[in-house]
Design a protein around this ligand. Structure first.
Ligand SMILES: [Zn+2]
Length: 82
């Protein structure tokens, strides 16, 4: 059975998608793609799975750490998950 979810912001239809998010900190750019999340088709609000937001934050923190350590900060560190 498909669960139909609605956006708590606008009431629009929310669908499961793999999204890409970019983060920048002190000139270091990282990109995470393939993050499973639910996205409102109307307003674009992103809903992570339970605990998903924390996972994204810790993954991004690790990427920033790696980028600085490896001095890859001239470009964008991109990681694909999922
Ligand atoms: Zn919405």
């Amino acid at each position: 059975m498909m669960k139909i979810k609605k956006c708590s912001e606008c009431g629009g239809f929310v669908e499961e998608k793999y999204i890409t998010q970019k983060f920048e900190r002190e000139g270091v750019k990282v990109k995470l793609s393939g993050i499973k999340a639910e996205v409102c088709s109307k307003c674009g609000e992103i809903y992570f799975q339970p605990g998903g937001a924390q996972l994204v934050v810790s993954a991004v923190n690790s990427l920033f750490e790696l980028a600085v350590r490896e001095k890859q900060h001239k470009g964008t560190v991109a990681v694909s998950v999922g």
